[in-house]
Design a binder for this molecule. Sequence first.
Ligand code: 13P
Ligand code: ZN
Length: 270
Amino acid sequence: MTKFFYQTELDDFKATAHWLALRGWSEAAGGNMSIRLDCQDSSLADLPEDDHIKLPVDVPYLAGKAVLLTGSGTRAREIGVDPLPHIGLYKISEDGRHYGWVAGNNNPSMELPAHFAIHNTLERHRPEDKAVLHTHPVSLIALCHMPEFNNGFNNAKTISDKILSMQSEARLILPEGIGFVKHELPGSLELGLKSALELKRHHLVLWQYHGLLATGETLAGAFDKVEVLEKSAQIYWQVLVAGLDPKGIKKAEIKHTLKAFGRLERYFPD
Ligand code: 13P
Ligand code: ZN
C-alpha cells in the first residue's frame, strides 16, 4: 500500500470513527467519511490520464483538488483504532470530470458519488466545510417511520420544528433546521445530487429510512451536529415512551433564544 501522510486529517478520522462506533451509529460497515484537501502537495500534482475514472457527475469546483475517503466495507470500530488502511486518497482531474486513486485504500465507499457531489457544492457555497460524515443514528432513523414525519408534506420542516424544539439549545446550533431526502438507492447519484441541493442551506440532511449526512469544518465538527440532533430525537422518543405528548418549546421562546444569541436571521419559521 502506498503511504500518504495527512496527520491532522487522519487524527480527525480516527477520533470521529471511535465515537461513531461507541455511539452505535455506524454498525458493521455502516457510514462513511471524507475530507476535502486543498492539494498543495506536489506529489499530487498530476493524475496520469491512464488512471482517470469517469465521475458520474461533473464536479468543476473540485478540479485539481483531492479528497480523503473511507473505503467501502470499512468499520468505524477499526478506523477508530488505526485509520490508515481504511482511507483512500483520490485526486480530481483538472477538467473536473474524472478522478483517480492516489494512495491508501483503493476500494472507495459506495457513497463516493454523494461525497463528491456534496464537496462540489460545499466548495462553491460553504468552502470552510471540508468534512462530510454519513452515519446511521438510531433515533433519527426511527423518526422516518412515524406517520407524523412521513406524510410527504415538507418533512424537513416538520421534523426540524418538532425535534429541534425538544431542547433549549438545539435550534441555536441548527437555526436553519435540517434537510430531508426521500428514500433513494444507497450509493446512487440521485441520493448525492439531492443531498447536495439540501446542503446549500443546511448542515444536516436526513436520508429517509437510511441515516444522516452532516458537514463541518472538521469531522469532529460534523459529529457535533449529529450528536445535537440525535439527542433531541432521543428526548422526543423518551417523552413519547413515557406516555406524554412531546409538545416542545413554543415558537416564541425559540425565537427569543435565537434573537438573544444573534441567530434569528438564520431561522425561517414559515
Ligand atoms: P460503504 O461501506 O460502501 O461506505 O457503505 C456504507 C453505507 O452506509 C452506505 O450508505
Ligand atoms: Zn449508509
